[in-house]
Design a protein around this ligand. Structure first.
Ligand code: NAP
Length: 287
């Protein structure tokens, strides 16, 4: 029987430590850090995430501001908004919510942010720092996966890590973070699924991380007995939230497994808050 990761509990501990540090820094800097959430137009799903972020910010003592911009905004106008947020010294960090209207590139908007105000750790400068093992502000979901492994004392040195999914926000940065820990890292993706033998890769994994967005794609036969299985997937299936891993089958083989919901998700929001704290720290050196 496997150990189930309690993402809420890990997030609670992390939030406690963030709150302490935010509180101490707020005294020396004279004000709390401030996170601005930028939405263009109204989107129900995005609002759920914004609400979660707002609650997490409240828990750790970060001031949170929701800004909803006109749905008809063009990219140039949004970039102008980013310029003024960059120049506003009362703003610690910014999160640009998805989706953005057609014609506005999320990557270009994030690239326009000052790297020190990049709450999600997706600015090319912050991503590049992972290559140099100098990462401070990190992409939130990869940061959450690494946190889980650390909390559960999962050794990475020399271990076979298989990542399924190579998106710019999860699989790619996570693969570099795993390499930085000297794990033997294999990254699988649609090409592996269509033209390779994806199951032969996943079966070798000591640590298997799945971030695809396909409900229950990973079944028991994908998993080596005793493997650590981290399910990043969040999928809606018949009104319920399910992962990319068929939990009831895989938990019988895994030594450690994340449930969905309640695994990676809650920690991802805490890492967002940790990024704001780190941004605040670097903006207030000596305060
Ligand atoms: P994404 O950008 O759509 O990327 C999915 C990745 O899976 C791509 O690299 C894709 O390859 C690959 N892929 C697609 N079909 C595949 C298959 N049959 N076999 C192997 N690989 C396949 O998605 P994402 O943003 O990374 O998110 C992935 C999942 O994680 C989603 O369910 C999302 O909701 C969830 N998520 C959760 C959190 C959290 O905090 N828990 C955060 C972010 C995302 P190609 O690009 O080559 O097609």
């Amino acid at each position: 029987m496997s150990v189930h990761v309690d993402g809420k509990e890990i997030a609670r501990h992390l939030n406690d430590s963030i709150r302490e540090k935010v509180s101490a820094l707020s005294v020396s800097a004279g004000r709390p850090p401030r996170l601005v959430s930028l939405c263009v137009g109204h989107n129900e799903e995005a609002q759920i995430y914004v609400k979660m972020q707002e609650k997490a910010a409240e828990k750790v003592g970060i001031a949170f501001e929701r800004r909803v911009l006109d749905a008809g905004l063009c990219e140039k106008e949004l970039l102008g908004e980013i310029d003024s947020l960059n120049a506003d010294t009362s703003v610690t960090a910014v999160i640009v919510q998805k989706p953005l209207p057609f014609g506005i590139e999320h990557d270009r908007v994030v690239e326009a942010l000052h790297p020190e105000k990049d709450a999600e750790g997706l600015h090319p400068y912050n991503l590049g720092r992972i290559f140099r093992r100098e990462a401070d502000i990190v992409p939130c979901t990869p940061g959450a996966v690494m946190r889980i492994l650390r909390e559960h004392h999962v050794e990475l040195y020399g271990k076979e890590v298989v990542l399924v999914g190579h998106s710019a926000i999860v699989g790619k940065p996570l693969s570099m973070m795993m390499l930085n820990e000297s794990a033997t890292t294999t990254v699988c993706h649609i090409g592996t699924a269509e033209k390779g033998d994806i199951i032969s890769h996943s079966r070798k994994a000591d640590i298997l991380v799945v971030a695809v967005g396909r409900p229950w794609m990973v079944t028991g036969d994908w998993v080596k007995r005793g493997a650590v299985v981290i399910d990043v997937g969040i999928n809606k299936q018949d009104g319920a939230i399910v992962g990319d891993v068929l939990f009831p089958e895989v938990e019988k083989k895994a030594s450690l497994i994340t449930p969905v919901p309640g695994g990676v998700g809650p920690i991802t929001v805490s890492i967002l808050m940790r990024n704001v704290l780190r941004a605040y720290r670097s903006q207030n050196v000596g305060a």
